[in-house]
Design a protein around this ligand. Structure first.
Ligand code: HEC
Ligand code: HEC
Length: 203
């Protein structure tokens, strides 16, 4: 079985051979997910390490857009380049569609609340925005329960550290293919990022 491939090899080998591994458009999405993607994103997309975003229950349209953005190199922050460009390079449109369907159908991880002060600060930003800084309410796009919709990603149940890293990258311009989020984070501070990320992830 081709599927014995991925589990046995380490992450660095996976990286080196990412293109080759993904170069199997005939492999059904669940098998590709369970043999290749799982090494980083965890079983059914419920990863343990915050470097690797959880994919379980993520919005399908968002997943499709991200895989296309890795494939066409428009999502180009260093980790995207190092980990995901190779993975996505050989995926066909239908392969992307199937993987996105697979992951969006999985049960998302239930979020857990952290430090109460941080949660309270985060809830305020998430639900009201920061009017004085022209920061819109996160809930207006990501949903009151942070479940997302369509091209607006789910944030609930994600690793807060991953969300924080993305907010920093939108602001630094490293993840530059997301004009809406660049506008949102423009005037925000790291402390505000931490609070909003912690609250959103806890949903
Ligand atoms: C060797 C590790 C590794 C493997 C294997 C891997 N990924 Fe990733 N993936 C990452 C990392 C790291 C990121 C975060 C990139 C960043 O921070 O920009 C990521 C990000 C993503 C994202 C964006 C998620 C979001 O919330 O924006 C999607 C979608 C994704 N991967 C799908 C896949 C699929 C599908 C596969 C299997 C074909 C796969 N990945 C295999 C490491 C990996
Ligand atoms: C006007 C709509 C809108 C608002 C308001 C908004 N977002 Fe977003 N957000 C988006 C879109 C669209 C994306 C996907 C960007 C892309 O395609 O790469 C996104 C992506 C993200 C991501 C990356 C998720 C991932 O899996 O990589 C984070 C984190 C995020 N938003 C947090 C926030 C926070 C926190 C707020 C409030 C301060 C907020 N967003 C407000 C539309 C919005």
């Amino acid at each position: 079985m081709k599927s014995s491939l991925a589990l046995a090899v380490g992450v660095s080998a996976l990286l080196a051979s990412g293109a080759a591994l993904a170069q199997q458009p005939q492999l059904p999405a669940p098998e590709l997910a369970n043999n290749v993607c799982m090494s980083c994103h965890g079983p059914e997309g419920r990863s343990v390490s915050p470097i690797f975003p959880r994919l379980a229950g993520q919005q399908k349209a968002y997943l499709v857009a991200q895989l296309q953005a890795f494939r066409n190199h428009t999502r180009s922050d260093p980790l995207a380049q190092a980990y995901m460009w190779g993975m996505a390079s050989q995926l066909s449109d239908s392969g992307i569609d199937e993987l996105a369907s697979y992951y969006s159908a999985q049960q998302p991880v239930a979020g857990t609340a952290g430090d109460p002060k941080l949660m309270a600060a985060g809830k305020k930003i998430y639900t009201d925005g920061i009017p004085a800084e022209k920061v819109p309410a996160c809930s207006s796009c990501h949903g009151v329960d942070a479940q997302g919709v369509g091209a607006f990603p789910r944030l609930g149940g994600q690793h807060p550290e991953y969300l924080l890293a993305q907010l920093e990258r939108f602001k630094s311009g490293e993840r530059s293919n997301a004009p809406i989020m660049l506008g949102v984070v423009h005037n925000m501070t790291t402390d505000q990022f931490k609070a909003a990320a912690a609250y959103a992830a806890s949903k």
